[in-house]
Design a protein around this ligand. Structure first.
Ligand SMILES: Cc1cc2nc3c(=O)[nH]c(=O)nc-3n(C[C@H](O)[C@H](O)[C@H](O)COP(=O)(O)OP(=O)(O)OC[C@H]3O[C@@H](n4cnc5c(N)ncnc54)[C@H](O)[C@@H]3O)c2cc1C
Ligand code: FES
Length: 253
């Protein structure tokens, strides 16, 4: 973990209620996809965790949805604003776990960490299919960036206004056979808990997923972010946020 000051290079809306912020400065502690940063915001006691969306040419990209005070304050930040950020947090995705064909599934702003993951998988020569799920047209994000990296991208919306009607798992069922069947040996997922649980139920292949839990400290000392695993309780911030499918125990809530 490294505390740094990064400068906002750009900060623009990219979809309904969703912004992309590009930061420049010392990104040396960011080592891979699935990691997150924890941002100090004026007047707020707790830092706000946001996933690393992309890291390229020394620039760190974050994509965030405005849901409350912290993300609202971020959306008002002009280029040149300096931010106090803890970088290099969390254990991210393991791009080496995929043999040849990866399936990536993102729900809403859970799409964000899949950009750097796609970059890593493509640089290892893997084929990448990305299934993205949103509530409605206008919320979709980052499809062009993922395609530019060489991924096949399919979209589902709950109301059917864009792509397949339903969930990402409905795309999987639709494209299980035929000439455009989706083939994969390993999956990676990030999104809301109900989506992750449905994905684990629908996919037989091994895989891993990034959990989003409300956080206190963000670096392992407050135990405010635990989840249940076959190895006992684990901290999402320090032991995750990425966990293997077979290690997670889903709690019925
Ligand atoms: C490891 C990790 C990575 C994340 N990556 C991203 C990302 O890439 N992009 C993004 O938009 N968001 C991400 N989040 C969620 C993000 O941290 C919260 O949306 C943010 O902290 C909300 O701050 P706020 O002050 O705007 O809202 P608050 O006023 O704190 O809360 C507003 C609403 O957001 C909900 N909320 C707050 N924190 C979380 C949380 N951690 N998880 C789920 N819901 C929350 C609250 O329940 C409440 O309904 C991530 C969270 C974690 C733990
Ligand atoms: S947020 Fe403090 S231990 Fe995870």
């Amino acid at each position: 973990m490294k505390q740094v000051y990064l400068t906002v290079k750009s900060n623009e809306p990219i979809a309904a209620g969703t912004w992309k912020m590009v930061l420049e400065g010392d990104t040396s502690a960011v080592t891979g996809s699935g990691q997150f940063v924890n941002i100090a915001l004026p007047g707020l006691f707790l830092r706000r965790p946001i996933s690393v969306c992309d890291l390229s040419e020394g620039l760190l990209t974050l994509v965030y949805k405005v849901v409350g005070k912290g993300t609202d304050a971020m959306s008002a930040m002009a280029p040149g604003t300096r931010l106090d950020i803890l970088t290099g947090l969390g254990n991210g995705f393991d791009a080496s776990a995929c043999e040849s064909s990866a399936l990536l599934l993102g729900g809403g702003v859970g799409t964000a960490p899949l950009v750097l993951l796609t970059r890593e998988l493509r640089s290892r020569g893997k084929s990448v299919t990305v299934l993205l799920g949103f509530n409605r047209a206008g919320e979709e994000m980052l499809a062009a960036e993922l395609e530019a990296l060489g991924a096949r991208v399919e979209i589902a919306t709950l109301d059917g206004s864009k792509g397949t009607r339903g969930f990402v798992t409905d795309i999987l069922h639709q494209k299980a056979d035929g000439p455009d069947a989706i083939r994969y040996d390993y999956f990676y997922a990030c999104g809301p808990m109900p989506m992750l649980k449905a994905v684990c139920g629908a996919i037989d292949a091994p895989g891993e997923m990034s959990l989003e839990e409300r956080m206190g400290c963000g670096f392992g000392i407050c135990y405010g972010c635990s989840c249940h695993t076959v190895n006992g309780p684990r901290r999402v911030c320090a032991d995750g946020p990425v966990f293997k499918k077979e290690d997670l125990i889903w709690q019925s809530k």
